[in-house]
Design a protein around this ligand. Structure first.
Ligand code: SF4
Length: 245
């Protein structure tokens, strides 16, 4: 039995259209730097971010164990990241509120809000950004995508409901809404914000049904075949491909 249910089990940063993770890792670090400075009241400009990216590039590549076929490929990637961050900064409102949380680890015991049943295990995850607003806080998830497309809400439902569940537990208040901010790696980079309303009882009922089924399957030693984005990072891919039901 696991000690916790980790949110990456239920969804990730890459969109269905995404093709690789290196630009995402770089953008993710830059966005974290950007918003951590904003927490301190410092507004970094695109040039500041690019400069910091180039300064930390070598160590980041080393840490992540990335490699490139040629210097030209590396330069192209650097430019892609700089352009994506530039497009992001051009897209956000200059008066965006100071962040409540950046890359924040959240944890909440799984207690079914409908029945009061305690599943005996916490839900844990890291939320990219929480911004306060006139109507209340917005819980934000960044994603990269290879092409422009409205994210299908159902593919992100479990992830969004999980964020809302943990946020409400930690903050003891309801979110005003949730948002997916997509950085699109087209030749001319684009940024799209997609907003979703605060979660309802129906969302939490479905979340708990999925989690209960997952935990019951683990208890019973039953394998739940759930192919998805996480397969790319899964250590059991080889065994899984041989699974015959
Ligand atoms: S490879 Fe199999 S076990 Fe691993 S995440 Fe995918 S479906 Fe699940």
């Amino acid at each position: 039995m696991p000690q916790e249910v980790r949110l990456p089990l239920l969804g990730g940063h890459q969109d269905a259209n995404d093709d690789q993770s290196i630009p995402w890792l770089c953008c993710s670090c830059r966005l974290e730097v950007l918003y951590r400075h904003r927490q301190l009241g410092i507004c970094l400009k695109a040039g500041d971010i690019s400069k910091r990216l180039l300064e930390s590039w070598a160590s980041m590549i080393d840490e992540e164990g990335m490699s490139f076929d040629s210097p030209a490929e590396e330069q192209t990637l650097q430019k892609q990241v700089v352009d994506l961050i530039g497009a992001y900064l051009a897209h956000v409102h200059a008066d965006e509120p100071r962040p409540l949380a950046v890359e924040a680890a959240l944890e909440a015991p799984l207690v079914d809000p409908m029945t009061g049943e305690d599943l005996g295990i916490p839900l844990v995850g890291i939320v990219d950004l929480i911004l306060d607003g006139h109507d209340g806080p917005t819980v934000i998830d960044f994603k990269t995508s290879a092409r422009s497309a409205e994210p299908l809400e159902i593919t992100h439902e479990i992830q969004l409901s999980s964020y809302a569940y943990m946020f409400r537990h930690v903050e003891q208040r309801q979110e005003a809404g949730l948002e997916i901010r997509s950085l699109i790696k087209t030749k001319s980079p684009k940024v799209e914000f997609h907003s979703y309303p605060a979660r309802t009882h129906a969302h939490f009922r479905r979340l708990f049904s999925v989690l209960r089924e997952y935990l019951d399957a683990l208890d019973a030693g039953r394998f739940n075949y759930r192919p998805g984005f996480n397969c790319a990072m899964c250590d059991f891919r080889e065994q899984c491909s041989k699974w015959a039901g």
